[in-house]
Design a protein around this ligand. Structure first.
Ligand SMILES: Nc1ncnc2c1ncn2[C@@H]1O[C@H](COP(=O)(O)OP(=O)(O)OP(=O)(O)O)[C@@H](O)[C@H]1O
Ligand SMILES: [Mg+2]
Length: 333
């Protein structure tokens, strides 16, 4: 993959949303990108963020899930000297940064309305939100995005209004998923992530799937509760999305589950090999554990969805057992 550099930073266009405050820049290919930083303004370092963003977006692209294009942007000393704000305000250092290509014509009212309903409980916000979600033209992508999020254990989609964007065109609202930095239980390569991975890998080995479905669902419920979003079950964003999923014509998650099952281990390895070495703080151990996690977690997904449907988390579910195609074993390829 080609590595780009910064032509001109667009400081005045930096979005208010998000804690890493990605910076829009014109890159050396002439396109505008949102450049992210793994050093957060409060001093935290998200040492798995770029690794996770770049792995997740490649998986999303392989599954034809709508996401922006991504790029590696090299920041050098000359650029830092030329634009001192990059160093002093945005805390950039020489090195490679993760960036996504800017999506144009994004509706800001989605974020504002979700925040109004979740935080301020403004009257009428829920109805306006329903209208916006009803006008989504790619509703088929909703179960696809959600299943990807469950596969990747994304803990920053269902409660966070800033991680889905709506591109407005003459047909309606087109939903696009961004920000995979908090997949895999969080943005750091730490003991917590490694323990969670090991628990899943071991539970799958011994066939303890239903317990895992319950534990994972409870973890999402707790997260929503911590965000004061208990009334929306897994979160306000999740709840507005799930309302659009219909179960009348078979299992809406089946097509994307089949696609996930068709991704081979060697495909994932080649995605891991596209990630710059200095984004992988845990080296080959980290790559290997993520691969094992992905192969284990995909085995849980059908039961996880069935369990959540039974818990009334998908409100259009009509009862019964969801049908899944028998999984082909791709792990050995
Ligand atoms: N490719 C893009 N096109 C258009 N807008 C974008 C794009 N990437 C980011 N944005 C805008 O920037 C905001 C923040 O981006 P993003 O969610 O990726 O970063 P973040 O939330 O700061 O990251 P994190 O908190 O995970 O470190 C988004 O809510 C969106 O408004
Ligand atoms: Mg975000």
């Amino acid at each position: 993959m080609e590595t780009l550099s910064i032509e001109v930073p667009l400081f005045s266009q930096s979005p208010a949303q998000g804690i890493s405050h990605p910076l829009p820049v014109v890159a050396s290919d002439g396109n505008v990108y949102f450049l992210k930083n793994f050093k957060i303004s409060n001093g935290d370092v998200y040492d798995a963020m770029f690794f996770q963003e770049s792995l997740s977006i490649q998986l999303a692209q392989e599954l034809n899930i709508p996401v922006p294009d991504w790029a590696i942007i090299q920041v050098d000393i000359e650029t830092l000297n030329y634009f001192p704000e990059l160093q002093f305000q945005y805390k950039l250092e020489p090195g490679k940064y993760y960036a996504t290509k800017k999506i144009d014509n994004v509706a800001n009212d989605l974020i504002a309305l979700l925040n109004e309903e979740a935080i301020h409980r403004t009257r009428g916000a829920a109805q306006k939100l329903n209208n916006i979600f009803n006008k989504i033209t790619n509703k088929n992508d909703i179960p696809r995005i959600l299943l990807l999020d469950f596969w990747l254990s994304n803990i920053d989609r269902f409660t966070n209004s800033g991680n889905l964007i709506l591109k407005i065109d003459n047909l309606g609202n087109y939903l696009i998923a961004i920000d995979f930095g908090h997949c895999f239980f969080g943005p750091c390569w730490d003991k917590n992530t490694q323990d969670n991975f090991s628990e899943i890998i071991n539970a799958v080995k011994i066939g303890n799937i239903r317990q895992l479905s319950a534990n994972l669902t409870n973890a999402y419920l707790n997260l929503a509760n911590n965000h004061m979003q208990k009334e929306w079950k897994l979160g306000i964003v999740f709840d507005h999305l799930q309302k659009q999923i219909l179960f009348d014509n078979g299992n809406p998650f089946e097509p994307i589950m089949s696609k996930i099952n068709s991704i081979t281990t060697s495909q994932i390895i080649s995605m891991l090999n596209k990630i710059p070495a200095n984004w992988i703080v845990g080296g080959s151990d980290q790559k290997s554990l993520y691969l094992q996690y992905l192969n284990a977690q995909k085995i849980i997904l059908p039961d996880l969805i069935q369990y959540q449907a039974e818990q009334n988390i998908f409100t259009n579910f009509n009862g019964g057992s969801l049908e899944w195609q028998k999984e082909k074993n791709t792990n050995t390829q």
